[in-house]
Every structure is written in C-alpha cells, then in structure tokens.
Design a protein around this ligand. Sequence first.
Ligand code: ADP
Ligand code: MG
Length: 728
Amino acid sequence: MSKHRFDVVKDAFEKKAVTVIAPSDRVSDYFGELVFNRDKMHKYLDAKTFAALDACIANGASLDMETADKVAEGMKAWAMEHGVTHITHWFQPLTDGTAEKHDSFMDYDGKGGMIECFDGKSLVQQEPDASSFPSGGIRATFEARGYTAWDPTSPVFIQGDTLCIPTVFISYTGEALDYKTPLKKALKAVNDAAVPICQLFDPSVKRVFAYLGWEQEYFLVDEDLYAARPDLMLTGRTLMGHAASKNQQLEDHYFGAIPSRVAAFMRDIEIEAYKLGIPLKTRHNEVAPNQFELAPIYGECNLSNDQNQMMMNIMNSVARKHGFVVLFHEKPFEGINGSGKHNNWSLGTDTGTPLLAPGKDAKSNLQFVTFFVNVLAAVQKHNALLKASIASATNAHRLGANEAPPAIISAFLGRTMTGVLRTLLEVPSDTPIEIAGKKGKSVGLVEIPEIFVDNTDRNRTSPFAFTGNRFEFRAVGSSANCAAAMTTLNAAVAEQLLDFKASLDKELSAGKALNVAVMDTLKPIIKSIIDTVCFDGNGYTDEWKAEAEKRGLDTGVSVPEMFKAFTAKPSVDMFTRLGVYSAKELEARNEVRWETYSKKVQIEARVTGRMAANHVVPAAIGYQNLLLKNIRLMKEDFPEDYKEMAAVQIDLAKDISSLVSDIRSKVSAMVSARKKANAIEDEYAKAVAYHEIAESLFAIRKSIDHLEEICDNDTWPLPKYREILFIN
Ligand code: ADP
Ligand code: MG
C-alpha cells in the first residue's frame, strides 16, 4: 500500500534547507579549479607542448601525436591530483542531454602489474559503439561505427572521479551525429564571412567571434511529489491536473524573495559551476510559482553552449541533494508560464569591438548598422528555418501561448533603431550616422539620481529582440541544446554577410567611397526588412498573424510541418554552400526530428491512458461508491424524500459516470489512432499523425481535470497543482 497523498505532501512540506558548505576561498580563487585551463596548461605542460596546444586552440592548428601524448600526460597528472580514476569523451548526440562512456585509467603494465595510463590517442579520438544513438538512417545498424574527436577549443574538465573531454561525434562516413560539429562549422562560417567586412573598417581584425549568453529557466519540484506523478517522471510534464485557485495572477513570484531550500540549491549549483569555470551571474524567481532562472556572463558561443549542457547536468544531480527534481520541460504545467532559454547573441572582433552595439563615431556606427541590418535580413530570409530550429514536441506547448513568443519569427528593434533605419532611408548615403545612447531620465524624486534608460525598450512578445548591444532569440526552449538555434542563426547571418559583401564589392569597384558604397548596398535591404521582418507591436494578436501572413512570414504551428524548412531549397543551398550540413545530413536530421517527435507524443499518450485507467478512474469510482452508499442509506431511512434529499449525491454520481465513460471512449479512440500511426512507415507522415494525437490528449485531460475538481480530495491519488507548485 503506497503512502497516502497527504503524508507525501506533509513530508515534502516539512523538509528544511540543506546546509551548503562553500569553499572558504573567495570565488575568484577557486573559479575554474576543475577545468584544464591556461593556468593548468602552464603548470602541467612543457613550454613546447604549451605553445603547440595554444596554437591549436587559438588558430585551429592541428596537433601531432607526440604533442597529444604530452598533453594527455599533463592532463593525467593534474586529474590524478583530484582523485580522478576514469576518462570519458563527452559529447552531445541528437538526444536530450549529453553522452559519456567512462574508461578507467587502469591498464596492464606488461610485467604482471597495473599502471594508470592515458595517452594522446585516447585523448584525441575514440570509437564508442554508436549504434544506439539517433542517426536518421545515416548509419545503418550493421555499420555501427561512430567516432568522437576532441574539441580543444572547449576545455577538458573534471566531474566527480572522471576526466571529461568535450568531443564532436561523427559517423564512419564523416556525417555529424551531434550538435557540436555543425555549430563549430557555422561559427567558422560566420567568422569567415564577417572578417573581410570588418577589415574594411579596421584592417587589424583577424577574427570575429559569435557570443552566446543563455538564460536558463526551470521549475523545481519536491522529489517526493514528483515520484508520485508518473507523468512528471516519464514525460517531464503534467499530463493532467486541475489549475490551483491561486497561480501566478498576483504576480508575486517574479523576482520575489527566494525560498530558503531553493536558495541553498542555487548556492550549491553556483559553487559547482564556478569550480567548472561557468561564470554564473544572475539568479531569480521567475513568473510562475516554483519557476526560477539563472544566467551566466556571456561567452564564446561553442564554449558557452557546452557550459549550458554542463549546467543542466549539474542542476539535475545537485537538485537531488536538496530533495528537488529540476524540470527543464518547456511546459510542465498547464495554465501557467512555461520555460524558455533565451539565447542572447552577438558578434565581436578579436580587437574587442562589439559589432552589434552602436559605436562612438559615425564610422563605428556605420559598421554597427551594417551588421545590424544584415542580421535582420538573415532572420527575414530564414524565418521559417529559424522557427524550425527551435521547434520540438515539448516547445510546441509553449510557443504561441500568451507567455512566450508567438510562432512567427519577427524582430523587435525598439524606437531608437527603428528611427535610425527610417532616417537612413531618407538622407543621402554619405550622411554621418548618429545614434542616441542612453538618456538620463529623472524619476521625479530628489533623493534618487537620474536613471539611465537604454536605447531600446522591451517587448516580451517578440521572438527576436534587439536589446541595445545584442539580439535576444527568445523562442529557444528550456530543454533545448542551444546549438540547434545557434547553428542556424550563425549560418544564416554568414550567408547574408557573404551576399552583402559581394554586392558591396560591386559598389566599391564602381569607385564609391566606403560609406557611400555601404549605404547604397544597405538601403534596399533596410527597406525590405522594415516592410517584412521588423515588428514592434504585440505579437499575440490575431491582427499580427494576418499581417505576418501578408508579409510572407511563416505562421505555421504544426511542428512536424515546421521541420520541412530544413530541407527546403534556400536552406539546403545555404547550409551546403557554407559547409555546415550536407544535404544528406539535413535529411537524416529531419528523420531524427520526426522520429523523436512521434516517440515523445507516443510516450505521453501511453502515460495518459495508463494514468486514466490506473489512477483517475479508480479514484473516481471509489468516491462514487461512497455517494451510492449514502444514497442507498438515504433511501432506507427516508424512502419518501430521499430523491430530494440526495439530489446532489445523485447528480454527482451521474456526473462521475458520464466523465468516466467520456474518458474511456476518448482514451480508446486515442489508442486506435496510435495503432494506426504506428503502422505508418514514413517518419514525416507518422509525425503528422502523432501531431493529431498530441492535440487529442488535451481533450482527455479536460475531462480528467473536471473529475479532479468534483472528486473527494481525500481519495485523489495524484499530488495536485496547488501542492506541487507551492511547496519548496
Ligand atoms: P534579461 O534582463 O534579458 O532577463 P539577464 O541578465 O537575465 O537578462 O541575461 C542577459 C544575458 O545576456 C546574460 O547571459 C548576459 O551575459 C548576456 N549578454 C549581455 N551582453 C551580451 C552580448 N553583447 N552578447 C551576448 N550576450 C550578452
Ligand atoms: Mg533576457
């Protein structure tokens, strides 16, 4: 007999904050302690090996095996001082999360004893049995080989007793089977396309970096309540549950005081993050009850994305120490906000110039406007593809609702930049560009100094918002690997910059001055983006949907359909031209996307059916039995008046019967739809069929939630929203 729900709730409620023992040093003293960074390179490598590895990291020079052996030796010495016994290649396959397979340092020494060994070969490359990772048919199961290869640009780190080596993951025939490989290719593409443009403004520029600052939203749920919810355990979200009377309507959670158990958890993950060199900066309560957010200081895109993946792993494991489970699902609870992972993105040069922030003079402003406009043109051209890059079975529940961006990719510029662009269209091309910076604004109280107002306001309804020195891609889902969105965005921008440069070169070779040539090339682009992708209004309205359709933006809401953008001609042309994905990889990845979509909905559908049969219906019938007994007793004692006296009980008993039979018929219709869908061979068609099944789950939950509302609280077996969301 399982514990009564009340006892589970009571146990959860009584939990106290865990005491977190922080290192006595200052953060700056232990920051990066578990990362093989430059300090460790200096300490554990000889000068020649250091120089070779440094060149490899900074300029992508290749490492010879002799150097790799020495690097491995140094890493091993460092790792063993931290009690490390195992190594793993750490990679990001096309599943949720990261993959690792640990190998011990131990080996025979050839003389009957054992030694610890780790050489360059096992640092640089490994061959995990890859047959069980999604590959979209690239790797037929008889050819199970997949290779992981070290990415020296992301530092090796220690997790527990294991040395983790960030790697790419590719097939025997060279196709990428992971998120990291295409991201690195896209970052190279944007660098290659941006550098020649920057050099027109400053010949000393040698590299352009893409930066990422992610904001990770998440829910924390007490682990005992979580364990009593099969839907949370198996799907990461509640498939049923009546709304609590109070949810987020008082707006009292956002930025509220952080509850003590949660604060201890946050402190703990920060310590772990700092040891791993993850520069966490911000933590706060989010809008929904038990929803929170953390964000680091932004960094180079590939590294920052690795750190996000590391962070999600840290959060999962540390949460259990505090009796919590972290929910990264985009929509764990109906009726309140879901979670996103805003990707703040920008470009900057190795000379320290930000390319998406207004500058100090007309020349730097011209460079800024060049990049700013080209980014928007890229977003315009590939708006459907960018939406596809953030689409998933789980994010589908969040997009389009009144809490996250609508399912139309448009860009918010704010008043200042919209004004600048409009002016540029009207003035002669050689007019120096002026951009108003932060303005002082008096708050009207003498004791408070002027506050500085940014040159952009905010628009929470925009999926791609300019925020003064970066764009914020707000449609990315909280459980996603940022690389999916970042690969697409960086590639789209790279392509646009190449096209822009080609047009610009024509103007320059006609003898125009740089500023005139740039503006003459930009003007038609500016006109087009203002008319199409730029939208500062409320993205949730029906008028915007109609208007967006007229403007030619993609407004589709079916996730299986959205994925088709990946194999549409403009996308294939762009990705193959830049060498980011081959046509074969694009097709294979869509197979994986559709398959994953169908499987996720299939699991949700199964869980819904089983919870209905095993939890909900028995509870409802139990309560109905009580009602019937009462009605029978009434009849025995008051044969004349019982119908009137037991009117409520009779109604309730009838309502329960009709809801139970309604649930049963909807579940069996859903089961037969599933059987039909399962028989479909084509992954796209199957995903389309599962899309309909996903919609039908909502109708089932409506009836279940209604039952929860009318049934006896005492016998309801599943922790309720008011318990899961308010205990912490
Ligand atoms: P918000 O007010 O939008 O919620 P947060 O402070 O939570 O902002 O997060 C903003 C994120 O944007 C941080 O990760 C921050 O480091 C990052 N960021 C700031 N400037 C840039 C930039 N130029 N490029 C990329 N990311 C940036
Ligand atoms: Mg933000």
